[in-house]
Design a protein around this ligand. Structure first.
Ligand code: NDP
Length: 449
C-alpha cells in the first residue's frame, strides 16, 4: 500500500477548511493544511467578522439620538475612523492567531503558503517548492471579489481593500445591489459618509422576497443612501484627489471611493485543477457530488469554491460532515439547503428562512400570507422613523410554515430559532398556539393575523 505523508491535506484555512482539518485531526488523522493568505480566511479577515464590527460601529448614532428620549444627555459624539480600524485590526489579528493555534493544538501541520495540485494525491507548496502527498485532498479555497470590466476599474476597490482604507471616504459610490453592497451602504451611511448606491437592475437583493427588499430600500433611503437603479458604470477617472464616475445612463458622480460589490468568483487560480483532472463548471466552480467528491475520487471540495450556497456556516457544516464521515465514522444529517437561515446586516437588519412569496406561490397554490408592519415600543418612544416588517408564508393545505421574512432590530438573532421551528416542520398552529413573550418585537410573530 502506498505510504502518504498525510491522511488529509487541506488547501485553504478559511472557515470550512480549518474546521475540516481540526475535526479530522481530533479523530486521529494525520493532517496538513496550506494557507497562502490569512488563517481564518475571508470571514475572519475580510468578511463577516470585521464587517459586523463595522455594523456595530455604524449603529451608535441611532443609540445616541435615542438616548435623549430616554433621559440621557451626553456631549456631542464624534467618530474616529482610525480608532475603529486599529481596534478592529487588533481583534482580527487575535482571531487569526487563535485559528492557527487551534490547528496546532490538535496536531495539524500548517504551511503558510499557496498549494498547487500535482495529481490525485500530491500537492506542491508554491513558495518552498516542497511536495507533500496525502490519501485525500480537500479544496476549501473559497471565493474572491469579481470585478466588472470598464475603463478605470483599477481605481475602484472591493471589500478586500475596504477594511484597510486609511481614511473614511466622505463620498462613497457602491456598485451592486447584493448582500455586500447593502450592508456597506448601511455601515457608511451610519458612519456619516455620503453614500450613493448604483444598482444595475430595478431592485435590491435579487433572490430575496420582493417586499423585504422593497422595505429595505425605503429604510436605506430614509437613512440618506442615494439609490440609483437600472444604471451601471461606464468609466472612472481620477481628477486630483477625487474620482469622476460616468454611467451608461448618462449620470456622473464625484466621489472619494468606488466600492465594487458585484459578486464573487471561486478561487481556483493556480490550483492545478486541470493537471489533476478536477472538473469545473462554466463559472469556474469545482463540480462536486454527494459529500463534496470531485471528478477525482481522492479529491474533495467544500464551501464557496463549489459555488452552491455561499455562506460561512454552510462551509463549516460541509467541512465538519466531511471529516466526521471519513475520519470519525460519523454520518451527519444532509444539509437542508432549502432551510438555511440567512441575515443581511443592514440597519434595520433582515433575517429570512425558507421560500420567498413568489417561490411559495408557485409551489403552494393555496398560500396564506400573514404580515405586519409596525413601530416597536423603543422606536416609537425614541421617535425613530424605522419600522419592523414581518411576513410569514403558510401553505393552507398543510398549515406548514414555508417561509419567514423579517426586517427589524434583532431579527438575525430571531431567525436562527425560527429556522429550528421550520426544520421541525412547524405549522402555523404551532406558532400561534405558542404563548407570546411580552413586551418584545418577536411576540408579533405568534400573534400575526
Ligand atoms: P451578490 O451576488 O449578493 O450581489 C452581487 C450584486 O452585484 C447584484 O446586485 C448583481 O446584480 C450585481 N452585479 C453583478 N455583476 C455586475 C456588473 N457587472 N455590474 C454591475 N452590477 C453587477 O454578491 P456580493 O458581492 O454582494 O456578495 C457575495 C457573496 O458573499 C454573497 O453571495 C453572499 O453569499 C456572501 N455574503 C453574505 C453575507 C451575509 O450572510 N450577511 C454578507 C456579505 C456577503 P444582479 O442582481 O442584477 O445580478
Amino acid at each position: 500500500m502506498q505510504q502518504f505523508d498525510f491522511d488529509l491535506f487541506v488547501i485553504g484555512a478559511g472557515s470550512g477548511g480549518a474546521r475540516a482539518a481540526r475535526v479530522a485531526a481530533k479523530h486521529g488523522a494525520r493532517v496538513g493544511i496550506a494557507e497562502g493568505a490569512n488563517f481564518g480566511g475571508t470571514c475572519v479577515n475580510r468578511g463577516c467578522v470585521p464587517k459586523k464590527l463595522m455594523v456595530y460601529a455604524s449603529r451608535f448614532p441611532d443609540a445616541f439620538k435615542a438616548g435623549k428620549a430616554f433621559g440621557w444627555h451626553a456631549p456631542e459624539a464624534s467618530f474616529d475612523w482610525h480608532a475603529l480600524m486599529d481596534h478592529k485590526d487588533t481583534e482580527i489579528n487575535r482571531l487569526e492567531n487563535v485559528y492557527e493555534r487551534n490547528l496546532h493544538g490538535v496536531g495539524v501541520q500548517t504551511f503558510s503558503e499557496h498549494a498547487t495540485l500535482l495529481d490525485a494525491h500530491s500537492v506542491r507548496l508554491r513558495t518552498s517548492g516542497k511536495v507533500v502527498t496525502a490519501e485525500r485532498i480537500l479544496i476549501a479555497t473559497g471565493a474572491a471579489p469579481d470585478r466588472p470590466r470598464f475603463p478605470g476599474v483599477d481605481l475602484a476597490i472591493t471589500s478586500d481593500e475596504l477594511f484597510h482604507l486609511n481614511k473614511q471616504p466622505r463620498r462613497l459610490l457602491i456598485v451592486g445591489g447584493g448582500y455586500i453592497a447593502v450592508e456597506f451602504a448601511g455601515v457608511f451611511a451610519g458612519l456619516g459618509s455620503q453614500v450613493t448606491q448604483l444598482v444595475r437592475g430595478p431592485a435590491l437583493l435579487r433572490g430575496f422576497d420582493d417586499e423585504i427588499a422593497g422595505t429595505l430600500r425605503e429604510h436605506l433611503s430614509l437613512r440618506g443612501v442615494d439609490l440609483v437603479f437600472d444604471d451601471r458604470i461606464e468609466r472612472v477617472r481620477r481628477e486630483g484627489a477625487a474620482l469622476q464616475v460616468e454611467t451608461t445612463g448618462g449620470r456622473s458622480f464625484e466621489v472619494d471611493t468606488v466600492l465594487l460589490s458585484t459578486g464573487r468568483r471561486p478561487n481556483i487560480e493556480g490550483l492545478g485543477l486541470e493537471t489533476a483532472g478536477v472538473e469545473v463548471n462554466d463559472k469556474g466552480a469545482i463540480v462536486v457530488g454527494p459529500g463534496g467528491r470531485t471528478s477525482v475520487a481522492s479529491i474533495f471540495a467544500i464551501g464557496d469554491v463549489t459555488d452552491r450556497l455561499n455562506l460561512t456556516p454552510v462551509a463549516i457544516r460541509e467541512g465538519q460532515a466531511f471529516s466526521d464521515r471519513h475520519y470519525g465514522g460519523i454520518e451527519s444529517p444532509e444539509i437542508d439547503y432549502a432551510l438555511v437561515p440567512t441575515a443581511v446586516f443592514t440597519t434595520p437588519e433582515i433575517g429570512v428562512v425558507g421560500l420567498t412569496e413568489a417561490q411559495a406561490r408557485e409551489r403552494h397554490p393555496q398560500l396564506r400570507v400573514l404580515k405586519t408592519r409596525f413601530r416597536s415600543m423603543a422606536q416609537a418612544f425614541a421617535g425613530s422613523q424605522d419600522q419592523v416588517f414581518f411576513k410569514v408564508l403558510v401553505d393552507d393545505a398543510t398549515d406548514r410554515v414555508v417561509g419567514v421574512h423579517l426586517l427589524g432590530e434583532g431579527v438575525a438573532e430571531m431567525i436562527q430559532f425560527i429556522a429550528v421551528a421550520l426544520k421541525a416542520n412547524a405549522t402555523w398552529l404551532d406558532f400561534r398556539s405558542t404563548v407570546a413573550l411580552h413586551p418584545t418585537i418577536a411576540e408579533e410573530l405568534v400573534t400575526l393575523k
